[in-house]
Write a protein that binds this ligand. Structure first.
Ligand code: NDP
Length: 333
């Protein structure tokens, strides 16, 4: 069994590779070759914190495993990441535990990579103006993913803490050579943007539908529980809505559940899953003026698809720490 650290995962999982892996993984789901129960989320009493267990089976490449994480939004600004834990991979031939790897890095990279897949399918081909709302871990990885799939030239950032927005804008200039600035408010960031990424832990909307221009594509990444929402009802109603998985989208996020319960949309407002576009079961963007919205929840198969690649690369390059945990008869004696 191999243990792989955050540094190992970051080295072995480049963003462009992960975008292709996520496309394969979501297509596998759409072909019906995955087992994916809804995640089990324990909401820790008297806090905003959660503990989530996310098991899955992926048929191609054959992968069994789970991600187990804590989500502590108030860790923001401390030495601890908001998402911490491990991805466990099991050997599908004999059932033995094959790897334990850092989940912070897998989550950071695969979530942005999935938004990369959605953006590649749904944003205008020539989209060059990006708005990012939020300036945390996901904001930084989304900057990289958006630059990987579209010819981004300009980025405007808004975040609750201006200093963090300035850091993201500086990264956009230094790493990607972009024309980057900090907006005074969300509306200023979003104005005329062709791609908008909402990446906050906000519990009330930070993106409003009446700010959006025709033709915009939105990736809405935060707000994965009923009690939180990051985009308002108008954003959802005005958009052609795509999700990573219908079942999760209809049961987990306030962003979708609240407009549903208030009768502003029905479940068939969801045009399709991203994987369904990839296998030809759902249409992509139809014209340059429609607004498309990808509501991301995050799926265990995404973690497994990414982790499977990391493990194969670790074996190929001799990276990681081998540990004998037990389980084989000879090891017990
Ligand atoms: P970080 O803690 O690194 O960043 C959080 C961001 O949210 C910061 O930019 C912060 O702003 C902003 N923020 C926090 N509270 C508020 C608020 N009340 N109003 C406005 N902005 C706020 O978190 P991550 O980047 O790791 O995660 C961001 C979100 O994405 C979380 O909701 C997380 O659960 C979700 N997520 C979703 C995944 C998926 O698969 N869909 C996977 C991983 C994460 P500032 O810095 O300016 O204070």
């Amino acid at each position: 069994m191999i243990i792989l650290s955050q540094a190992d995962v970051e080295r072995l999982l480049p963003m462009d590779t992960c975008i292709d892996l996520m496309a394969q993984t979501l297509a596998t789901l759409a072909r019906g070759e995955a087992l994916l129960p809804l995640r089990t989320v324990l909401l820790i009493p008297d806090s905003h914190d959660a503990f989530a267990v996310m098991p899955a089976y992926l048929g191609s490449p054959k992968t069994i495993g789970a991600k187990i994480i804590t989500v502590y939004p108030d860790n923001h600004g401390t030495e601890f990441d908001a998402h911490q834990g491990a991805v466990l991979l099991f050997d599908s031939e004999n059932g033995s535990l094959a790897a334990i790897m850092d989940a912070t890095s897998v989550t950071t990279i695969r979530t942005a990579a999935v938004s990369g897949v959605a953006t590649r399918l749904l944003a205008r081909e020539s989209a060059s103006t990006l708005a990012i709302i939020g300036a945390g871990v996901q904001a930084h990885s989304h900057l990289e993913a958006m630059c990987a799939v579209r010819p981004i030239k300009t980025v405007r950032v808004w975040s609750r803490t201006r200093e963090n927005a300035e850091l993201l804008a500086a990264a956009a200039r230094e790493r990607f050579g972009l024309d980057a600035s900090v907006a005074e408010n969300g509306q200023g960031a979003v104005r005329d943007a062709e791609i908008v990424c909402a990446t906050t832990s906000a519990r009330e909307p930070v993106l409003r539908g009446d700010w959006l221009s025709p033709g915009t594509h939105i990736n809405a990444v935060g707000a994965s529980v009923r009690a939180a929402r990051e985009i308002d009802t108008d954003t959802v109603v005005r958009s052609r809505l795509y999700v990573d998985r219908r079942e999760s989208a209809l049961k987990e996020p306030g962003d979708i559940i609240i407009p549903l319960e208030e009768g502003h949309i029905t479940p068939d407002h969801i045009v399709g899953e991203i994987g369904e576009i990839l296998v030809g079961k759902a249409p992509a963007r139809r014209d340059v003026d429609e607004i498309t919205l990808f509501k991301s929840l995050g799926l265990a198969i995404e973690d497994l698809g990414a982790a499977n690649h990391v493990l194969a690369e670790a074996r190929r390059l001799g990276v990681g720490t081998e540990v004998s945990l037990g389980g084989a008869r000879h090891a017990a004696h």
